[in-house]
Design a protein. Structure first.
Length: 674
């Protein structure tokens, strides 16, 4: 084997993080969120190494790392550099804060730190009383080489500092290099910036997709605009929906989500309570898309027009909220594509189009699209046009229906294609399926995902699930926890009474940075199932018009308001990776804490009684170090949902949780002194 053209670096860079599947996919971050990059950087022998984190916003024209360099005009164009600090066992880390939406990239550079190694040797010898005359001469030679090297990074103050160091070394002054000197910190930075790096070891560039903050932390409220608020009756409109926005905004939600607003098919339309026979006045399911009035780029005439969608999006934005629309690539037999593009669907041997099935269930009202049809490029292009159509109408958030039943490759293409022009767009995956499938959707571009939260009900299930979410998948899978949806009414909510609704809301809003509710049904304690053992609602709003009475005396609106207010006032609740669970002496209790990675605000400590029927007195074992306190420290707990204030000390403390009064506390933790 021939020798390489140039001498290779002795430094090694490996085990870089955050990294998704070895760099095959981008890690996720949000604008102005600190991104901490770690790597093992080391070399053989005893020489010290130094490391740098380089990062930049990837140029828009770049398709590959090499293209990115060419687009910027050179390897060093557009990069910012940050010193990485050693954190033990050859691990180094540094943090950058992306300030622009879109795709960023970073790389780690490592090199032999000759100046640092020399300095360390001098310090050791001075401490041992060993003569360092020769070492000072070596240091002078290293400084001279640095000052005269054509590629040196030394300039301005660094040049002056190096000259001053040389003068003191020539005078035999060893204090200039000691850690105890008054210039130690300044010298560290100077030597890091100016030291010779060649040859250096450089990792490949890795990607980070930088999203809007709402992709990481958001509160969603879903409602059907065709239903009405008492005393109004009949079929609601998108104009009527604007009257509901003030109430939603006052509760602190920042995303208003509407099910599909398109024309609904008539052929094989489902009736009330999912009946296979529809009465003449049954309105059908909004997810049965397509009729004579149009398909995915049309609005149901009883709801209004595309202009009404635009006006509703503007009305949301004026109240500090964003409008989310449902993207459901379902087609009824009446959809225009069935006649215009019959080749976009799967056909039976007799030539008829195959309707959807999930044996033994049959969905005769839905024709699935064939993402592998001969005209797949035409189909994919049109679906991308649908998304862009609604972006042009002012919608930047999409809840995507059943993405796991459509091709991964399609989603990877369409999300990247759309976000190349619109990095502000957010896609939420409505996928309740196998874990690896859900995780893959996160890797290929979905900004958020629904979760199994509704079915994780015991304390150990919740702890195990969210420990996984906050560690193994945290770099690419963002959970959005919903206690209910129009399809999900769990047995807990059916039988647990108002207390269970309260408990599940508190868990969803504090465990996950993003959460949501199927609004009126949750707010007004809708809990009757269609059948025993079913998770379908009785008189389901999916198939019929409803009239809601928000002035119900048991309404959860005050609780929802308090939860969202607490989330807005405490930065810690907007993050997942700092989630830490603490032990309790009762399986009926769950205790966990969060802190803000940027150090904003104070820690949050949550204690929840997950038993909706019994009072429990619980001793919690708080790992105080995880919330920034010393062992045995005293601290004040200030409840964000009420007036409770407690004084705790150390790890073990006791609290009583009554499901009918206060099943949970969301405490802000404030260190105190005695």
């Amino acid at each position: 084997m021939p020798l390489p053209d140039t001498r290779l670096s002795r430094a090694v860079v490996e085990v870089v993080a955050p990294l998704v599947d070895g760099g095959a996919f981008a890690a996720k971050a949000t604008i102005d969120e600190p991104v901490t990059v770690c790597a093992d950087v080391f070399a053989e022998g005893h020489d010290l190494v130094s490391a740098a984190l380089r990062c930049r916003r990837r140029p828009a024209a770049a398709a590959t790392p090499d293209d990115a360099d060419d687009a910027d005009g050179g390897d060093d164009s557009g990069w910012s550099e940050h010193a990485m600090r050693a954190v033990g066992n050859d691990r180094h880390e540094a943090t950058f804060v992306p300030d622009v939406l879109g795709t960023w990239e970073f790389e780690v550079v490592g090199w032999i730190d000759r100046l640092g190694t020399w300095r360390h040797h001098v310090e050791v010898k001075v401490a041992a009383g060993v003569d360092v005359t020769v070492d000072l001469q070596v240091g002078i030679a290293l400084v001279d080489a640095t000052l005269t090297r054509s590629d040196t990074a030394a300039q301005g103050d660094d040049m002056d500092a190096l000259r001053e160091l040389r003068r003191r070394l020539a005078d035999g002054d060893t204090s200039a290099v000691l850690r105890t000197s008054d210039v130690a910190d300044e010298l560290d930075g100077c030597l890091w910036r100016c030291g010779r790096r060649e040859p250096a070891a450089t990792s490949p560039p890795y990607r980070v997709e930088v999203d809007p903050v709402l992709a990481r932390c958001s509160a969603w409220y879903e409602f059907f605009p065709r239903s009405t608020i008492a005393p109004a009756t009949g079929h609601g409109t998108l104009v009527d929906a604007q009257a509901r926005l003030d109430h939603i905004a006052e509760m602190g939600f920042d995303v208003v989500y509407l099910p599909p607003v398109h024309p609904i098919g008539v052929t094989e339309r489902k009736g009330r309570n999912n009946s296979v026979m529809a009465a003449p006045d049954d309105v059908g399911s909004p997810w049965g898309i397509g009729a004579a009035e149009g398909g995915h780029r049309a609005v149901h005439p009883d709801l209004g027009s595309v202009d009404d969608v635009r006006a509703l999006a503007d009305a949301c934005r004026s109240r500090g909220m964003e409008l989310a629309l449902d993207i459901a690539f379902n087609c009824t037999p009446d959809h225009p594509w069935v006649t215009e593009h019959p080749d976009w669907f799967v056909h039976r041997p007799d030539g008829t189009i195959q309707y959807a099935e999930n044996p033994p269930k049959k969905y005769q009202d839905i024709y699935p699209l064939d993402f592998e049809c001969d005209d797949w490029a035409g189909l994919w292009t049109e679906l991308g046009v649908v998304v862009r159509f609604w972006i042009d109408a002012g919608v930047t958030i999409f809840r995507v229906d059943n993405p796991h039943t459509k091709a991964f490759a399609f989603w990877e293409w369409v999300i990247a294609d759309v976000r190349a022009d619109h990095p502000e767009v957010i896609f939420l995956a409505e996928a309740f399926t196998r874990p690896r499938v859900m995780e893959r959707l996160g890797k290929i571009g979905f900004n958020q995902s629904y979760t199994y939260f509704a079915w994780r009900q015991s304390s150990w299930e919740l702890r195990e699930y969210f420990e996984d979410l906050s560690t193994r998948t945290v770099d690419y899978f963002r959970p959005n926890a919903w206690p209910n949806t129009p399809d999900i009414l769990t047995e807990q909510l059916q039988t647990g009474g108002r207390s269970m609704f309260v408990i599940r809301a508190i868990l969803a809003a504090t465990l996950s940075p993003s959460w949501g509710v199927y609004g009126p049904a949750f707010e007004l304690l809708e809990h009757l199932p269609m059948l025993p053992g079913s998770e379908e609602y009785l008189t389901s709003e999916k198939y019929q018009l409803r009239q809601w009475h928000p002035d119900h005396p048991e309404s959860l609106a005050p609780l929802l308001t308090s939860l969202n207010t607490a989330r807005g006032a405490n930065a810690a609740l907007g993050h997942l990776r700092t989630l830490q669970f603490h032990n309790t002496d009762s399986p009926a209790a769950l205790c966990y804490s969060k802190t803000d990675p940027a150090g904003q605000g104070e820690p949050i400590l949550v204690v929840v009684n997950i038993d909706a029927h019994e009072r429990h007195r619980v001793t919690v074992d708080v790992d105080v170090a995880t919330i920034g306190l010393e062992y045995g420290a005293s601290y004040e707990l200030i409840d964000q949902l009420g007036d409770t204030r407690l004084e705790w000390q150390g790890s073990h403390n006791t609290i009583e949780l009554d499901p009918l009064v206060n099943p949970a506390h969301v405490f802000r933790v404030k260190a105190t002194t005695r």
